[in-house]
Design a protein around this ligand. Structure first.
Ligand code: AMP
Length: 203
């Protein structure tokens, strides 16, 4: 099976993965898919929608098998309608893999050649960001301080170890508290040469 050439946007809740993913998705050759957005687009009355909401409203991870099935369906849907063209586009993932088991499960079809780690050393500033976002984006999981705290615990315990799954030489550390434009510049400085290497084009 052919593996999709993939860049992971990785970092704690509020680090700016979604913001940067959306910016990158405006550039031809980059296709962004956020697992959280896929989940939020589910019909809340459906079986999957109910199951996902039961976990995300508490700040817990949705079980791996359910996550990977829903996310793969969404990805294949994007390929079917030609939004994502794996031979031409870099797949930019945000919010997945969220634990080491998901990294193992997706290894067979994701060729992760770069991880962008949006580093956050100031948890209070991140929590502030999340609270502001909750108001703008109507996100129940970020409106409640105890759910935010739980999201951080889950990140530190379950998600952070994903960084140990990939070779250190493909992980770039990028400061996430700078302005969105500066973060975007730093990401592109890292990505432009590596993407060129993985998608050689006749000039
Ligand atoms: P996000 O928008 O990435 O912060 O995700 C919102 C919520 O969706 C998370 O708090 C989890 O409950 C759930 N979620 C998103 N991605 C995953 C994943 N890869 N595995 C399990 N749960 C996830």
């Amino acid at each position: 099976m052919k593996r999709y050439k993939t860049v992971l946007l990785f970092g704690a809740p509020g680090a700016g993965k979604g913001t940067q993913g959306k910016v990158l998705s405006q550039i031809p050759g980059f296709f962004h898919l956020s697992c959280g957005d896929v989940f939020r687009s589910l019909d809340i009355r459906s079986k999957d929608g109910k199951e996902v909401a039961a976990y995300s409203s508490r700040g817990e991870l949705v079980p791996d098998e359910v996550t990977i099935r829903i996310w793969r369906n969404a990805l294949e849907g994007q390929i079917a309608i030609n939004r994502f063209c794996p031979d031409e586009d870099v797949l930019v993932l945000d919010g997945l893999p969220r634990n080491v088991h998901q990294a193992e499960m997706t290894q067979a079809y994701l060729d992760v050649f770069q991880v962008i780690h949006l580093v956050c050393r100031n948890e209070a500033a991140m929590i502030d960001r999340l609270k502001r976002r909750a108001i703008h984006e109507n996100r129940a999981d970020d409106a409640n301080e105890s759910v935010i705290r739980r999201r951080y615990e889950v990140y530190n315990k379950e998600s952070a170890p994903v960084l140990g799954f990939y070779p250190p030489e493909i992980i770039a550390q990028i400061e996430s508290l700078h302005s969105p434009a500066e973060v975007c510049r730093d990401i592109l400085n890292c990505l432009i040469p590596v993407v060129k290497k993985h998608f050689p084009k006749d000039e």
